[in-house]
Design a protein around this ligand. Structure first.
Ligand code: SAH
Length: 210
């Protein structure tokens, strides 16, 4: 029984349409990214606790956000804010040439970094820092995905988005009502679509040695 493949089939029924994204879901071993205590739930379509009061996102939301930003012709470089378990980064690694991912909690950064090395995800680049600052040395990015909720779009991240680039970010109250915003850059202008209601942990400033 292949849990990842079954999960991809389920997400297809739930409305995910991009075959490249579904293929990424079908190949990434989600059980490697969840704690031992919840291993049996690894292929259920649910968010799960990963320690430090954080969660690995629900697979449907991972697939949905990926589908919103992914474009085959602009799949060179993606920035993720909020590495967490590393699962979303692993999905992106199957689709993009390079994945840059930033985490502000040291224990989660270290754990995911070791996991990427063990699973040989050579195109994932990790950084322990505050994602509000982005990753200027690696910018511009053809896509940016923020996996924690912010009150408003951090301006620095807009600056680091390439022309024709796409960003997806949950915007709203901490622990309250949030919606996915899909932002497309055209020159110096930005077009915004407000999409699905979601529930993410808050994006916080600064780093934590937790
Ligand atoms: N993408 C993750 C989901 C992680 S939950 C996964 O696939 O598992 C959100 C994560 O965002 C948490 O780990 C949290 O510590 C992190 N985070 C919150 N604010 C941040 C910031 N300013 N910079 C970097 N990471 C941040």
């Amino acid at each position: 029984m292949d849990g990842s493949k079954q999960l991809a089939d389920l997400l297809r029924l739930e409305g995910i349409q991009d075959e490249a994204v579904l293929n990424a879901i079908a190949t990434v071993p989600r059980h490697e990214f969840v704690p031992a205590s919840v291993q049996d739930l690894a292929y259920v379509d649910k968010a799960l606790p990963i320690g430090a009061d954080q969660t690995i996102s629900q697979p449907f939301v991972v697939a949905r956000m990926t589908e919103l930003i992914y474009r085959d012709e602009a799949a060179d470089r993606v920035l993720e804010i909020g590495t967490g378990s590393g699962y979303q980064a692993a999905i992106l690694a199957a689709l993009y040439q390079d994945v840059c991912t930033i985490e502000r909690i040291e224990s989660l950064y270290e754990k995911s970094d070791a996991l990427f090395a063990r699973l040989e995800y050579d195109n994932i680049h990790t950084r322990f820092a505050d994602g509000f600052l982005g990753w200027p040395e690696e910018a511009p990015f053809s896509a940016i995905i923020v996996t924690a909720a912010a009150a408003e779009v951090p301006p620095v991240l807009l600056e680091q988005l390439a022309d024709n680039g796409r960003m997806v970010i949950p915007i709203g109250d901490q622990w309250g009502h949030q919606e996915l915003h899909l932002i497309r850059r055209a020159g110096s202008g930005f077009e915004v679509d407000v999409l699905d209601p979601v529930m993410f942990v808050p994006m916080r400033e600064g780093i934590s040695n937790e």
